[in-house]
Design a protein around this ligand. Structure first.
Ligand SMILES: Cc1cc2nc3c(=O)[nH]c(=O)nc-3n(C[C@H](O)[C@H](O)[C@H](O)COP(=O)(O)OP(=O)(O)OC[C@H]3O[C@@H](n4cnc5c(N)ncnc54)[C@H](O)[C@@H]3O)c2cc1C
Length: 449
């Protein structure tokens, strides 16, 4: 530790914070509240800073983790007594409209990226909540809005600069890029990504809140219609995210609607269609921009919660699954932050044109059960509800349940790397062995042995 302190004294532009610093608590906080106290939070400002830092940490055998948005549901960006490398000061964004690419720092948050892209009339696939870090989202796969048209987060990554296991800033070669597209920070600290971006200024977006006086019937009606439409086909411009949230003391089916095309007239037809699927309480769908809409999705989740996530990936929302959803939606505790929702990778989503270790590309749904609360006294009830819901889902037709789960939302004890990465796991292992044989990045979310 003395060597690290000496290093920081010689590099005063690198800010750091320890337990006695006034900003320590603020800096160590993430989306999920926990009491993990790292030894120090260090905030490098460039790739070169990260390289010298990793060199000192490695030479002195000091364990370190990486953090950006702090949205890991299990707080794994921080480890007791280890050093947290907080990349949020590496937040530059350079958009090149001609090549339809953006070069972004490793610490960029989704909301800042969307805002900057908005200035250029561009968009990129992204998560539903914009306080998430872009690299953490995209490099672990990245389910998101606009994926039906443009693919998953990992598919947007064209180039990467990382601080590797030798503590050197380097451009990722093809093998490294393959692993970064799904393997997160397992090969190093990603200090820069070059990503694809797409021209799009105006969209239609908002929430459709269905009348949920009889929530169970509403969920069944919506999903019957959704299933019929899936058979007929959805346009790739249409993105939805179905959730059951607690709003003003009651549970409602809330569907996030995004029509990602400048053909707003066609989008209006699709809103009308969805509004007819079940009686509607309110709809906020309006012409807007992606960035402005993402600012508004902040309202569905608090900035900090107690709790965790449970997740299961399903091929289809069969009537058996919808029955389970309807039953457990009614049992959902009334705490404002407790909810469930689902991401979907549509059959029409483009297959990756760049090599990746994300193997699960069939049409599927990622159900996320969120036993999250703001008042810790309510946590137990939320966990009991979520586990009951999860166990009931596990009892549905096993042929409909994928072995692959979405790693960032999977409870650490349930992570099955072979299941998650499927046939690509061997590729990931080979690349890890080649580039980080001593497992310098052993606290990365993706742990490959
Ligand atoms: C409210 C909420 C909404 C979400 N919505 C979605 C969604 O719509 N779709 C979806 O697919 N996922 C979603 N997620 C999951 C989220 O994308 C992942 O948990 C992601 O890893 C979070 O990244 P972060 O930077 O915010 O978090 P952190 O906790 O800061 O980072 C998580 C881990 O990612 C790695 N990492 C992050 N940045 C770097 C880097 N630059 N270099 C090396 N390693 C790095 C590190 O291992 C780090 O521990 C959501 C999570 C939450 C809490």
């Amino acid at each position: 530790m003395d060597q690290l302190v000496n290093f920081l004294a010689r590099h005063p532009h690198i800010h750091y914070s320890t337990l006695s610093s006034p900003d320590f608590d603020n800096l160590r906080r993430g989306y999920v509240i926990n009491d993990t106290i790292p030894a120090m939070v260090v905030r490098p400002r460039s790739g070169a800073d990260v390289a010298s830092l990793v060199s000192v940490l490695k030479a002195n055998d000091l364990p370190f983790s990486i953090r950006v948005g702090g949205h890991d549901m299990f707080g794994r960006f921080q480890v007791k007594d280890a050093i947290t490398i907080d990349l949020r000061e590496i937040h530059y964004i350079h958009v090149d409209r001609d090549s339809q690419t953006a070069r972004i720092g490793g610490g960029v948050l989704v909301k800042d990226l969307l805002q900057e892209l908005d200035q250029h009339g561009m968009v990129v696939p992204h998560p539903v909540i914009s306080s998430v870090g872009f690299v953490g989202w995209a490099t672990h796969g990245g389910y998101g809005l606009l994926s039906a048209e443009y693919g998953m987060g990992a598919d947007q990554i064209l180039q990467a600069k990382l601080v590797d296991a030798n503590a050197v800033v380097r451009d990722a070669d093809e093998d490294m890029l393959t692993a970064i597209r799904g393997g997160g920070g397992t090969l190093g600290v990603i200090v820069e990504l070059t990503i694809k971006v797409y021209p799009l200024s105006q969209i239609l977006a908002g929430f459709i809140i269905y009348d949920s006086t009889d929530l169970s019937t509403t969920i069944k009606r919506y999903n019957d219609a959704y299933r019929r439409q899936t058979e007929e086909g959805f346009p790739k411009e249409l993105n939805t995210f179905q959730s059951v949230i607690n709003s003003s003391g009651s549970k409602v089916l809330a569907v996030l609607f995004v029509w990602a095309s400048s053909n707003l007239k066609e989008g209006q037809k699709w809103i009308s269609k969805l509004l007819a699927w079940s009686p509607v309480a309110t709809s906020t769908v309006l012409p807007t921009t992606m960035s402005a809409f993402n600012e508004s999705t902040k309202t569905i989740v608090p900035t900090m919660v107690y709790g965790r996530s449970l997740t299961i990936s399903l091929r289809d929302l069969t009537s058996e699954v919808v029955d389970v959803m309807s039953k457990h939606a009614i049992l959902q505790p009334n705490s404002p932050a407790t909810m469930f929702g689902m991401h979907e990778l549509r059959a029409c989503a483009p297959q990756p044109s760049l090599s990746t270790v994300i193997d699960t590309r069939c049409h599927h749904f990622v159900l996320e059960l969120l036993p999250t609360v703001q008042d810790v006294a309510l946590l137990n009830a939320a966990l009991v509800w979520a586990h009951g819901f999860y166990d009931a889902l596990l009892r549905t037709d096993s042929a409909n349940i994928l072995t692959s789960t979405y790693l960032p939302l999977t409870e650490p004890s349930k992570v099955n790397m072979k299941g998650i990465y499927g046939e690509k796991f061997e590729t990931l292992k080979r690349i890890k062995r080649q580039y980080d044989p001593d497992n310098v990045f052993k606290l990365a979310l993706v742990q490959v042995r």
